[in-house]
Write a protein that binds this ligand. Structure first.
Ligand SMILES: *[C@@H]1O[C@H](CO)[C@@H](O)[C@H](O)[C@H]1NC(C)=O
Ligand SMILES: *[C@@H]1O[C@H](CO)[C@@H](O)[C@H](O)[C@H]1NC(C)=O
Ligand SMILES: *[C@@H]1O[C@H](CO)[C@@H](O)[C@H](O)[C@H]1NC(C)=O
Ligand SMILES: *[C@@H]1O[C@H](CO)[C@@H](O)[C@H](O)[C@H]1NC(C)=O
Ligand SMILES: *[C@@H]1O[C@H](CO)[C@@H](O)[C@H](O)[C@H]1NC(C)=O
Length: 312
């Protein structure tokens, strides 16, 4: 009897809460309900993200309360962020996350819920892309052991109105990797692209990578390495690698390897001492302040810079 009474009391309390103490979502001139709630489970983390139709200047007024199996976790302001929840070991499956809009510290009735069974995550959250050879982007991903061999994927690259579907996929089933290249790209290298991998015919198991192509560009070798022999030394000069965009020469940093010895920050042109046996090659990386990748690109061909010693 006691339990029954308290249940009824609780029910009444909930109704009061719902109708009197909650935010009234219709008071606002904009809809701040959740749109596109999605979740990815990755080892011990759930990554949750959602959109909303709130005007940009109002985003700091709206908050969302996040619950893991109805246990309160945190409150976050605004939409479009990736929220990481640490999953305890003893969590029941499927893993369910609820997100409720909050207005003036009051929960709103429209909570959304998403549930995912981690056992169904057949692909590892692991996709990596590089920009190379001036106008190509290559992406590589790994899949987990339980993925059926006949599964087909679709990889799509998106920037604004540009949507490119991968034309040719390659798989290495032993290594459990897949890869695909996009060629002859005419996108903006300094704006984000979204690369999405999904199982064909399903919305499931989507891996995403979001990056600026210039951030991941591995440069072709410097071009046209030229040696000019002077009286006591040799002048080595070159041209910067081709890029898809205009860039100042000062955005490139060069490294030289001469007789297996590395010299960093070599300027163009560069004097080298004459030695009888000499070979040299050059590679290039970008300057961070120019928004370019700071990993070394490909080495140029090795050229011989040995002194010509006439027979006596
Ligand atoms: C809240 O839910 C009601 C009923 O499902 C729906 O009509 C309304 O549009 C929702 N409001 C928001 C802001 O999502
Ligand atoms: C929800 O996702 C779709 C497709 O990605 C997108 O077109 C739409 O703008 C999103 N909704 C909001 C409110 O951002
Ligand atoms: C680089 O691109 C050029 C022209 O687009 C192509 O001819 C060449 O084969 C490519 N090189 C590599 C290593 O992919
Ligand atoms: C995967 O694609 C290949 C080639 O397009 C096709 O022959 C095969 O039937 C597809 N498999 C599935 C499961 O869709
Ligand atoms: C390479 O550099 C040399 C010397 O500056 C020049 O004569 C030649 O035209 C250049 N070649 C190319 C392909 O730019």
């Amino acid at each position: 009897m006691h339990i029954r009474m308290s249940m009824i009391f609780l029910w009444i309390l909930c109704q009061c809460f719902q109708y009197h103490l909650c935010c009234n979502i219709h008071d606002l001139e904009y809809d701040f309900g959740l749109k596109n709630l999605s979740m990815t489970i990755k080892k011990k983390e759930a990554i949750v993200t959602w959109d909303c139709d709130v005007p940009r200047e109002k985003l700091s007024d709206v908050s969302y309360a996040i619950y893991l199996h109805w246990e309160y976790e945190m409150e976050v302001k605004g939409c479009g962020k990736e929220i990481v929840l640490i999953l305890p070991d003893d969590l029941p499956t499927p893993i369910c996350v609820q997100v409720a809009p909050v207005l003036h510290d009051k929960n709103c009735p429209n909570a959304s819920e998403i549930c995912l069974n981690p056992g169904r995550n057949e692909m590892e959250e692991n996709i990596q892309c590089i920009t190379y050879n001036i106008s190509s982007i290559k992406c590589t991903w790994t899949f987990a052991k339980n993925l059926p061999h006949e599964t087909n994927f679709s990889l799509t690259l998106i920037q604004d109105a540009t949507i490119i579907h991968c034309q040719q996929y390659a798989y290495d089933m032993e290594m459990r990797t897949g890869y695909c290249s996009f060629h002859d790209l005419t996108i903006n290298y300094f704006e984000n692209v979204l690369v999405m991998l999904s199982k064909k015919g399903s919305e499931d198991h989507v891996l995403k990578d979001y990056f600026k192509p210039a951030d991941k560009e591995l440069f072709n070798p410097p071009r046209n390495l030229t040696l000019t022999y002077l009286e006591d030394n040799v002048l080595l000069s070159w041209k910067p690698p081709h890029t898809q965009y205009d860039v100042s020469e000062s955005c490139f940093i060069y490294q030289m390897e001469k007789n297996k010895e590395l010299t960093s920050d070599v300027s163009n042109p560069h004097f080298i001492n004459i030695e009888t046996k000499c070979s040299v090659r050059i590679r290039v990386k970008g300057e961070n302040i120019c928004g370019m990748n700071e990993n070394w690109g490909q080495w140029s061909e090795e050229i011989s810079c040995g002194k010509f010693t006439p027979c006596k």
